[in-house]
Structure formats: structure tokens, C-alpha cells
Design a protein around this ligand. Sequence first.
Ligand SMILES: Cc1cc2nc3c(=O)[nH]c(=O)nc-3n(C[C@H](O)[C@H](O)[C@H](O)COP(=O)(O)OP(=O)(O)OC[C@H]3O[C@@H](n4cnc5c(N)ncnc54)[C@H](O)[C@@H]3O)c2cc1C
Length: 389
Amino acid sequence: MDKAIDSSDCAGYKAKGEWAKPTLHERATSLDAEVVSALVEIVGEQYVQTTPQHLEENSRVTIPKNTLCSAVVYPGSVAEIQAIFKLAAHSKFNIWCFSRGNNWGYGTKNALEGGAVILILERMNRILEVNEDLAYAVVEPGVTQQQLNEYLQKNNSRLWTDCTDSTPYGSVLGNAIERGYGYTPYGDHFAHLCGMEVVLPNGELIRTGGILSNSNTWNTHKWGHGPYVEGLFSQSNFGIVVKAGIWLMPKPELFNVVTFDLTDEANLPILIDRLRELALEGIFKSHLHMVNDFQMLSVVSRYPYELLEGNTYLSARSMQTLRHKYGIAPWSLVGAIYGSSAQLNLKKSSLKKHLSDLGKLEFFDRQKVSVVENFTKIYKKNGSQFSQI
Ligand SMILES: Cc1cc2nc3c(=O)[nH]c(=O)nc-3n(C[C@H](O)[C@H](O)[C@H](O)COP(=O)(O)OP(=O)(O)OC[C@H]3O[C@@H](n4cnc5c(N)ncnc54)[C@H](O)[C@@H]3O)c2cc1C
């Protein structure tokens, strides 16, 4: 029997290949005029949006369900957030908070329930400290990945910030609080947060982390005394993080991007065993991103309705055709190795030893990456002409 990838349970698909428009599963109850006035009093008129157009725009998502909020508010300080919490407790409305609100694919700026007041912290976007010696930054929630990266480059920092596959306009803290992931050995973003300031729903401002207040080790020592509570504020909505330290990676002497294409899907279990050994041996310290052909296809092309042959899934034959057309392997992997020239050579030979018999292994140094970058720039500029070649 053909191996099949069943897409029939992908909610939102219509038979003819259009995405169903998300339905607002809960309508917003509009806020009392006096609550809106109180919000305006706290943050200023230009930072409170309640028009139907604004509410609708801020409720758009890429998943089939969304909720309509009752106001979108852009606080500019800790004091304003504290005042909004007190107002919410008094006037009984729900609050959902987003640092930049770019959590595409995972709900974007949607509250769980309709009628909530959405807080977006993009105005709180100061980089408060970069400590070159101890390798960390302290940032507010509105600081974007791009902003921190540009800051480090402009100041000739010896430090790197990790990145994601998503937009450079995502929040460093929002992504870390949501337990997002990146590429370098610092790719587990929540694990690299250290020391937070959080406003609790009662308006109280607390500091988490290993130390008593005013300690110089707030952003370097996670544990300190007593229970560790930072996890309470990750994927939780138990409080609003208004400041946090994030560890930054010292630039390595050299790095190589590593790509690997698995030739025969049947060897996937062997590949997993070998990758585990490579990770345990410390050859791969970066986060490995491994995707199958289906995911890769959804990045490079549209859903191939013309190849469904009356079914709701792609047959193995159709998948083979598409793999061939786009040059895609059944499974592809990307990661990186870092270190001195000698360390990189050792890691490369270990990777070759473990992976070469299973598929195509390639290394990209700085020079090769630049060639790919330049090619991508040219392709973006002249993409349509290339595709006709
Ligand atoms: C094509 C594509 C590729 C992607 N690739 C990646 C990837 O490689 N890695 C990855 O991690 N993600 C990825 N994403 C998902 C997402 O786009 C990113 O994680 C993005 O950084 C999240 O948006 P944001 O930073 O604006 O976070 P926000 O939307 O601001 O925050 C995310 C969530 O964290 C919580 N939160 C935010 N701020 C606070 C706060 N101050 N206090 C308390 N709670 C808070 C909220 O629950 C919020 O919903 C990808 C998405 C797409 C569409």
C-alpha cells in the first residue's frame, strides 16, 4: 500500500483548496465607556484602540479559530501596567499580554476568550544593559531580535544573540517566555533567561532569580536561595514580564553551518540514534532543525491539489514527483558547529564518520554562506526571471 500523508484532518481546508475564513468563536462584549476612559487616562488616547477596524485587525490569526478583543492598549511603562491591572481587578475585565504580538502560527495576538483587553508592550523597547564581560543583556519586552542584533553589531560587541526562523520583528523576551527556540548553542531561549521583573495581577512588581535585590549577580546566577519560580511565568499568563536578562553567546573563532539530506527514509531510526550520540558527545551543541518532505514542501510550494487524484492525501508516487521537482530529501537537517579551526576539523570528521553513509552531508563556512546570501539577494530581486529559466 502506498505510504500516504493524510491532510483530511487539517481543519480549515475546503474541498476546493481554499482556506476557510476563521470564525470568531466568541464575540466581544464591548467595554464600558468609563473603563475605556480610565484606560485612556492611564496610557494616553493614542495608545488605546477600540474601533471595530482595529479590533478586527488585531484578531487576525493563521489558525482556524480566533477571538475578538474589546480593546488594544499599548502601555509605555511598568507603572501603567500596574495601573491597568488594578483597573481590571476593579472593573472585572480580562487581560492578555503580548510583547510584540508576532506569534504567527500559535495564536498571534489572540486572547483565549473574546472580550479581553489586549496589551502590546512594543513601546517598552529599551536595551537596558549589555554586559560584555559577563555576556548578557537586560532588555524590555518590546526589544526585537533585529534591534538587539543591530545594537551588538553597531557597538562592535564580542557577543551574539540567537535568532529564530521567524520574523526579526519578534520580541526577544516574548519568544523566550513562550519557550521559543533558535539555532546556536543558546537556542533554548527560555533556558538562557536569567533574572526577571514581573508585574503580578494584583499590581505588585516582583524580581525573580537567584538573589536578593540589588545584587550584581541577578542576571548571572539562576538559583540563589529558595524555590526557582521563573518557570511560573513561561507560557502561563500568571504575570507580565517587564524586564529580563538574557545570556548572549561569545562569538566563536569559526563556525560551519551543517546540512544533511537523508537518502532513504527507512534509515530514519538509524539517523536518530546517530544524532543522539553526536549530541551526547558534544559534537552538535547547536539546536538541530530536522524537517520532513511534507514540511519542506509547505515552505517552498502551495498545496498540490492537482496531484491528489481524488483523495485527501498525497500518495507516495505524488510525493516522489514533488521531491524530484523541488530537489527535496525525505528528511533534511540543519545545524552548526562552532570553535577553533582544530575543534571544527575534529567535529567535521566525526560527523562524516557518523552520517556520510546515510545521505548527503555538507559544510558551509563564512565564505560559502556569503555566496548563498548574495545569491538569495539576487534571486529575491530577480526571482520571477530565474523561475522561467
Ligand atoms: C514561518 C514561521 C517560522 C517560525 N519559526 C520560529 C522559530 O524558529 N523559533 C521560534 O521560537 N518560533 C518560530 N515561529 C513562531 C513565532 O513567530 C515566534 O516565536 C515569534 O518570535 C513570536 O512572536 P513574538 O516574539 O512577537 O512574541 P509575542 O507574541 O509577543 O509573545 C508570545 C507569547 O508569550 C507570552 N508573552 C509575551 N510577552 C509576555 C510578557 N511580557 N509577559 C508574559 N507573557 C508574555 C504571551 O502568551 C504571548 O502569546 C515561527 C513562525 C512562523 C510563521
